[in-house]
Design a protein around this ligand. Structure first.
Ligand code: TNX
Length: 557
């Protein structure tokens, strides 16, 4: 059975190579771009970058100038070729790269672009600068992979900076294309966060979900509450090895981002057309806050601790007025830092035991005429939602926010499978899909016996690639509530940036195609072929990706 299967895979691979070859003879466009564009048609000849190449933009507006500078820097870093940026001058074909915002042409959506490569010039047209940005990302991938170098002396002498002639029309399937990072279980430096954002932007993803607060650490400076960074950001010890080990390292661990650093990251992301969605967890996952400010908890005199192990804890914010004031103060500073329409307020894994036993929580249930603690959670979240809405923001919450009644405007992030997402979409609420089975990049991606320690699960690259964000239960009308999907990178078992990259890549690459490319255009074997070129790009970018799918069939080294 196994041999037959391998034979089938081998023969499919051979067919696909053969098809690629025969297509090449008929001038197929280079199949290397990920995510795969909607349509590509090969032309005649090729464009060659030379010392006369300029970047010409249609108007000297900020967004376009920034983009032109971004492209110019990218080219210079790998080639030492200077490509001056000029406004206008589109008439003479002069080996230039034209970036044109064109509102008159009909594009499929705001993020669409058209890319035309001809021997005498390259043109990227789009309705918005975001579309142009995606055209630039495609152009980057059409250039030799060595374009990723940031030191031209490392580029082999024989690399030719050419791009085969091609006509591309392209646009994303989903508007929310996200990747998440938990910086609370383990903390990662700003430079790494920037690299992470760079990589997701290269894959045409547009949301970075920054999980900033947890039981094990609070990672964002809040000026009004200094103890959040003096106390909540630090734990005394960390579990070693797997959950069941019971061993601790007894080393103080922590860190946080200053507001200045956060501004720097948000600005860095903006230039790459990525919105940073911050998450501030409530009412559960709040041990670290309560360790610094026990008055916001329900148990008087409890010695709350920043947690040193993983899992779900009973500590929970008490629904008192002073707690709401605290959370509103925190969110006010968060809104000043993050322009994102969405603020993620968590809402997951909030055991109700402390509320059941608290006189204060029970009195709120009575006062508000609530049925039980689930309705109390719903009251809690709805109150926060009202506050954020009144400032022009929207909440996203994990699917537990459905329990006890969904806050009126909330977007649901469905993680315990797709059920929560389906239920919310049926109620006409927006949904972002992140089901554990396919979108949890903390799961194993190959045989656990030969893999570095992970939380559990099994999500190989192929499963991610085959993920379909719109469940068949959501027909026509309701499907539009699925805004997109996201990959989640929880870091209980990721202590280093190398490990994060190992777990996130190449699974994030596969997800990018799920989110961008029309489902009918996807093809696993063909993707695998394109991935081989892509790996070379990631090598140059020094991404520590998992290489199970590199050059050979998994398990057949
Ligand atoms: C569940 S997903 C969690 C996280 C853990 C993750 C580990 C979600 C909303 N909560 O707190 O890190 O599982 O896979």
């Amino acid at each position: 059975m196994k041999t037959a299967c391998i034979k089938l895979i081998l023969s499919l691979f051979a067919v696909s190579c053969f098809t690629t070859l025969s297509f090449a003879m008929q001038k197929a466009p280079q199949q290397r771009v990920i995510p795969k564009p909607v349509s590509m048609e090969a032309g005649e000849g090729h464009f060659e970058l030379n010392r006369n190449t300029k970047i010409r933009i249609s108007a000297s507006e900020k967004a376009l100038t920034e983009l032109a500078d971004y492209l110019s820097d990218l080219i210079y870093a790998a080639t030492w070729v200077e490509t001056p940026v000029e406004t206008g001058g589109f008439n003479a074909p002069d080996s230039s790269i034209h970036l044109i915002v064109d509102e008159s042409t009909d594009f499929e959506n705001n993020e669409a672009y058209a890319l035309s490569v001809a021997p005498d010039g390259i043109t990227i047209k789009a309705p918005t600068s975001t579309g142009i940005f995606y055209g630039v990302q495609t152009l980057r991938q059409l250039l030799p992979v060595e374009i990723e170098h940031s030191d031209p002396s490392l580029v082999p002498q024989d690399v030719k900076w050419t791009v085969d002639a091609v006509e591309i029309r392209d646009y994303p399937r989903f508007q929310y294309r996200g990747l998440h990072l938990d910086v609370a279980r383990h903390f990662f430096p700003v430079e790494f966060v920037k690299k992470y954002i760079d990589l997701l932007a290269m894959h045409k993803m547009n949301r970075f979900h920054w999980h900033l607060t947890e039981d094990q650490g609070w990672r964002i400076e809040i000026k009004k509450y200094p103890k959040l960074t003096e106390v909540s950001a630090w734990r005394n010890s960390t579990l070693i090895g797997h959950y069941t080990s019971g061993e601790y390292d007894n080393i103080r661990y922590g860190g946080y981002y200053t507001q200045e650093e956060i501004r720097e990251v948000v600005e860095y992301a903006r230039k790459r057309h990525v919105t940073v969605v911050p998450e501030i967890e409530m009412p559960g996952h709040s041990s670290a806050v309560l360790a610094a400010y026990p008055d916001f908890g329900c148990i008087d005199g409890k010695d709350y601790k920043v947690q040193t192990t993983w899992g779900v804890f009973e500590d929970i914010f008490c629904p008192k007025e002073e707690t709401f004031r605290f959370l509103e103060d925190v969110l006010t500073e968060v809104m000043e830092l993050f322009p994102s329409k969405y603020i993620h307020i968590g809402g997951d894994e909030a055991p109700k035991k402390q509320w059941e036993e608290s006189e204060q929580a029970q009195s709120v249930i009575q006062r508000e005429d609530l049925k039980d603690e689930h309705e109390l959670q719903s009251y809690f979240i709805s109150r926060i939602e009202k506050f954020l809405n009144s400032h022009g923001r929207q909440i996203i919450g994990w699917d537990e926010i459905l329990e006890g009644g969904l806050a009126p405007q909330a977007t649901v992030m469905s993680w315990r499978g797709e059920e929560g997402g389906i239920e919310a979409a049926k109620m006409n609420h927006d949904v972002i899909m992140t089901p554990g089975g396919t979108n949890y990049f903390d799961h194993y991606q190959a045989n656990p016996e030969t893999e570095p320690l992970a939380i559990g699960g099994f999500t190989p690259l192929e499963d991610v690639y085959h993920y379909e964000p719109v469940p068949h239960e959501l027909s026509g009308e309701k499907a539009k509530y699925v805004l997109g999907a996201q990959g989640n990178v929880w870091t209980e078992y990721m202590h280093t940036t190398d490990k994060v990259e190992y777990m996130a890549y190449p699974r994030a690459v596969a997800l990018s195609e799920v989110l961008w490319t029309p489902a009918d255009n996807k093809n696993w074997m063909e993707f695998w072929g394109r991935l081989q070129t892509h790996f070379k790009r990631l090598d140059i970018l020094e991404v520590n990706y998992a290489d199970h799918y590199k050059g050979h069939i998994p398990g057949q080294k």
